[in-house]
Write a protein that binds this ligand. Structure first.
Ligand code: PLP
Length: 395
C-alpha cells in the first residue's frame, strides 16, 4: 500500500487546480499590466481570483495581496506591523514559542532592530491561553501574531478570543493561517483578524503562490520594489496561472470543508486510538482542538528519523517535526514548547492525512508504525536503559 500522509508539508495539486493552471498557461498569457485587450483579459481574470479568495475568508478584494507563498506573507505582515509600530513609538510584539520559522526568524530580525518580543507558552496541550495573552499586552504593544493551526502538532488556537482581545486593546492581530485555510472555516471579520497569511500548496494548489490579507487601513511595507502591481505593495508580474489555480483549489477545498473534516476526523481518531496502544507513547497536543487530518505522536526509546525511513519502505510518507527542520539534529522547537524533553521529542512522528484517507489506510498505518517501533526498540540502547530501570520512563 502507498499512503501519502505528509499533507502538512505539501499537498498534491488537485485535478481542478492543474486544469485551471494549464488553461491559463495556454489561453491567457497576457501581462495584467498591459493596456491592450490580451493584457486586460489577464487583469480581469486576476481580479476575479482576488474577489473569489477574498469572499471565502470574508474579506474585500482590495485587502488581498498575492505573494510567493506563506513565508513571504508572514514576512510582509510582520515587517509592515513593525513599520507601523516605529511610526507610533511602539516596539513590543507578542507571539508564541511554537510558530513557524517564517515568523520566529522574522521576529529575531526585528529584535535585532530594537523590537521587544514576548513569546507566550503554549502549554502541554499546545494551545495558547487568551488570559495570558491579554496580560502580556503593554501600552507599547503593536502586534500579536499567533498561528491559527500549528503545522507540527495540528492544534487549533483560540483565534476568535485572541481577535476580540486585540481589538479591545487596539493591537494589530496577524495570524499565520497557512495550515488552516481550506481546512477549517475562517472569517476575518468574525474573528477580528487584521492580517492573515495563506499558501496555495497547503490546500492542493501550486507551490510558490500564496496571499496576504491585510485589513484596509493597514499600511503594508514592500518586500519587493519595482512596478505598481498589487496596488504598489508587491512588485513583479503576477503569476496568473498559479494564482488562478490557487483560487480554484481554495474554492474546491472550502466547498468541501465539512465533508472532508468529517472523514478525516474519523480516520484520524482511528489512528490515534491505534497508536495509543503502543506502550510508552503519547499524542502531542490536544485531542479535540486539532486539525482534522493531524496525528502527532512521541514514542520513547526511538529516533524519529529511523522511524520515517522504515515507514517509507512500507509505503507510508510521513514526517517527524516540520519539513524545514528535518536534516538538523535539534529536536523540534514545537515539541520542546509543549514540554517534551529532548530524548522524547526525538522520537516523534507526524501524520497529516489527505481528504480521502480511509479506515483501511488507518489500519495499515497503525500496524506499520507498531511493527517499526517494536523493531527499532529491539536494538535501541535508550530503550534497553529504560526497560532495565537505568533511566526513567517519561511517557
Ligand atoms: C508551510 C507553512 C509556511 C510556509 O509556507 P510556504 O508557502 O511554503 O512559504 C508558513 N507557515 C506555516 C504554518 C506553514 O505550515
Amino acid at each position: 500500500m502507498k499512503i501519502y500522509a505528509d499533507n502538512a508539508a505539501t499537498t498534491k495539486m488537485s485535478k481542478t487546480a492543474i486544469d485551471t493552471a494549464l488553461y491559463y498557461m495556454e489561453n491567457v498569457f497576457g501581462n495584467p499590466s498591459s493596456l491592450y485587450t490580451t493584457g486586460q483579459k489577464a487583469k480581469e481574470e486576476l481580479e476575479k481570483a482576488r474577489a473569489e479568495i477574498a469572499c471565502i475568508i470574508g474579506a474585500e478584494p482590495r485587502e488581498i495581496i498575492f505573494t510567493s507563498g506563506g513565508s513571504e506573507a508572514d514576512n510582509q505582515a510582520l515587517l509592515s506591523a513593525a513599520e507601523i509600530g516605529k511610526r507610533k513609538g511602539k516596539k513590543h510584539i507578542i507571539s508564541t514559542a511554537f510558530e513557524h520559522h517564517a515568523i520566529l526568524h522574522t521576529l529575531k530580525k526585528l529584535e535585532k532592530n530594537g523590537f521587544e518580543v514576548t513569546l507566550l507558552p503554549v502549554h502541554e496541550n499546545g494551545i495558547v491561553r487568551p488570559d495570558e495573552l491579554e496580560a502580556a499586552i503593554r501600552d507599547d504593544t503593536i502586534l500579536v501574531t499567533v498561528m491559527t493551526a500549528n503545522n507540527e502538532i495540528g492544534t487549533l488556537q483560540p483565534v476568535n478570543e485572541i481577535g476580540r482581545i486585540c481589538k479591545a486593546h487596539g493591537v494589530i492581530f496577524h495570524t499565520d493561517a497557512v495550515q488552516a485555510v481550506g481546512h477549517v472555516h475562517i472569517d476575518v471579520n468574525k474573528d477580528n483578524i487584521d492580517m492573515l497569511s495563506a499558501s496555495a500548496h497547503k490546500f492542493h494548489g501550486p507551490k510558490g503562490t500564496g496571499f496576504l490579507y491585510a485589513r484596509k487601513g493597514i499600511a503594508l511595507t514592500n518586500l519587493i520594489e519595482g512596478g505598481a502591481q498589487e496596488r504598489g505593495k508587491r512588485a513583479g508580474t503576477e503569476n496568473l496561472p498559479a494564482i488562478m489555480a490557487m483560487a480554484a483549489a481554495l474554492k474546491e477545498a472550502s466547498e468541501n470543508i465539512d465533508k472532508n473534516a468529517e472523514n478525516m476526523i474519523k480516520v484520524r481518531n482511528r489512528i490515534i486510538d491505534g497508536l495509543s496502544a503502543i506502550p510508552h507513547s503519547a499524542l502531542n497536543g490536544d485531542k479535540e482542538k486539532r486539525l482534522p487530518g493531524n496525528v502527532s505522536f512521541c514514542f520513547e526509546g526511538i529516533e524519529g528519523e529511523s522511524l520515517l525511513i522504515l515507514l517509507d519502505r512500507k509505503g507510508v510518507s510521513a514526517s517527524s517535526g516540520s519539513a524545514c527542520t528535518s536534516g538538523s539534529l535539534d529536536p523540534s522547537h514545537v515539541l520542546l514548547a509543549i514540554g517534551r524533553i529532548h530524548d522524547v521529542a526525538h522520537g516523534s512522528l507526524r501524520l497529516s492525512l489527505g481528504e480521502n484517507a480511509t479506515e483501511e489506510e488507518a489500519d495499515y498505518i497503525v500496524s506499520a508504525v507498531k511493527e517499526v517501533v517494536e523493531y527499532l526498540r529491539s536494538f535501541s540502547p535508550v530503550w534497553r536503559d529504560l526497560t532495565e530501570g537505568k533511566k526513567e520512563f517519561i511517557l
